[in-house]
Design a protein around this ligand. Structure first.
Ligand SMILES: [Zn+2]
Ligand SMILES: [Zn+2]
Length: 386
């Protein structure tokens, strides 16, 4: 089968880019050799989404250690990438069929964090922070391939009569937005989203559907802000590149004042940091009113500096971190939101974020590296079609 893989030695990480489109042995269910295969299925992908994390692998910005450490443990040299999936089950292990009820022909998406089911967090229903999880396409083989083997317990049945397939393929990143927007109550609240990349844009739609009254989008990139406006942001704010250069950590006071002026002179009820920028984090904190909440999602490697730390405590501001999706509460919520007639989430995702498929949907078997790289640089979300 064809697969899109990372197949470089660890030492070449810094000096290379991209992924390779190669011939690869297909996965098989062999219960006699590996009893765990009884609870797994083989899936033929129909559509897969190219994630921000895949982009970080492509450009070698992150995930070096988990990829190479897991390859070493499996004694393998190439990792099949990809974790945003809509596909059809073609074969089920005996337990996946008898216990989970899956059968060939079922259409499924998947949670991308394979949780252990045994650790403290898994036992108390917090599988999204499992101590021993694997990430599909990073620490175990993923779905940029003609076939993928996955555990039945991770799958999410999807009705493509109700959810259009291109949108169903990106339920996993939509789940990040749903998780972030579920962290605190948004009903009737003012919200500022720092970073209008893929998850920031999805969060505009989700927060609106969950009742946010006023949504402010902050980003240095005018193209991202244009998309944010098309998705219904109330106030777009462009970060000036000079401000980023001058003061690497301290809050951008012009933005803080603009946001305060828009919200009773006090600041937003809730800020979401979705850019990974240290300065954006400090601007987000300073733009939040006393007693408000800051939801943390964006990440960069290394240390961060918090400006005016004592004010966070003196003003009673709360910070909440968001990773992955709550399994499976987030999936139920996102499924309900996608099928709700009130918010046109599917249409807006398809028309604005996926640009109606123009320049964003590529046939997997005709993978063209240069064309694909140009597209992932340009669009918030790119899809592979099988
Ligand atoms: Zn993803
Ligand atoms: Zn666990």
């Amino acid at each position: 089968m064809k697969a899109l893989v990372l197949d470089i030695p660890r030492k070449d990480w810094e000096s290379t880019q991209g992924m390779s489109f190669v011939d690869h042995d297909p996965p098989e269910l062999r219960e006699s050799q590996d009893p765990a295969d009884a609870s797994r299925v083989i899936i033929r992908p129909r559509y897969t989404g190219f994630c921000g994390s895949d982009k970080s692998i492509w450009f070698r910005h992150a995930f070096k250690e988990p990829i190479f450490d897991s390859l070493a443990a499996e004694q393998k040299t190439r990792r099949i990438c990809g974790h945003e999936l809509l596909g059809e089950i073609v074969e089920t292990g005996s337990y996946a069929g008898s216990h989970y009820g899956y059968k060939a022909g079922d259409i499924v998406s998947t949670e991308s964090h394979i949780f252990c089911g045994k650790c403290h967090q898994c036992k108390i229903g917090d599988a999204h922070v499992c101590s021993d999880h694997k990430i599909i396409g990073i620490s175990t083989d993923g779905c940029f391939a003609e076939l993928v083997k996955l555990p039945a317990k991770e799958l999410w049945k999807t009705d493509t009569n109700r959810i259009r397939p291109e949108v169903a393929a990106i339920q996993e990143p939509l789940g990040n937005a749903v998780h972030a927007c579920s962290r605190v109550d948004l009903r009737g609240r003012t919200l500022a989203i720092f970073g209008c990349g893929t998850i920031g844009l999805l969060s505009i739609l989700v927060s609106r559907a969950m009742g946010a009254a006023c949504i402010i989008g902050v980003d240095p990139n005018p193209k991202n802000l244009e998309l944010a406006e098309r998705l219904g942001v109330d106030l777009p704010i462009q970060v000036s590149r000079e401000a980023i250069q001058d003061t690497p950590h301290s809050p951008d006071l012009e933005i803080v004042n603009t946001i305060r002026n828009h919200c009773f002179g006090e600041g937003v009820d809730v800020a979401m940091e979705m850019s990974g920028s240290n300065q954006a984090l400090n601007t987000a904190i300073a733009s939040t009113r006393a007693g408000g909440d800051i939801v943390l999602f964006g990440i960069s490697e290394g240390d961060y500096t918090l400006s005016n730390f004592q004010e966070i405590i003196m003003h009673g501001k709360s910070m909440h971190s968001v990773i992955g999706r709550e399994v499976f509460q987030t999936w139920y919520t996102l499924s309900n939101l996608l099928q709700s007639k009130g918010h046109d989430l599917q249409d807006k995702i398809y028309e604005v974020i996926l640009n109606r498929g123009e320049g964003t949907v590529f046939p997997f078997l005709e993978f063209n590296r240069d064309q694909f790289e140009a597209s992932i640089r340009q669009h918030p979300k790119v899809i592979l079609k099988y």
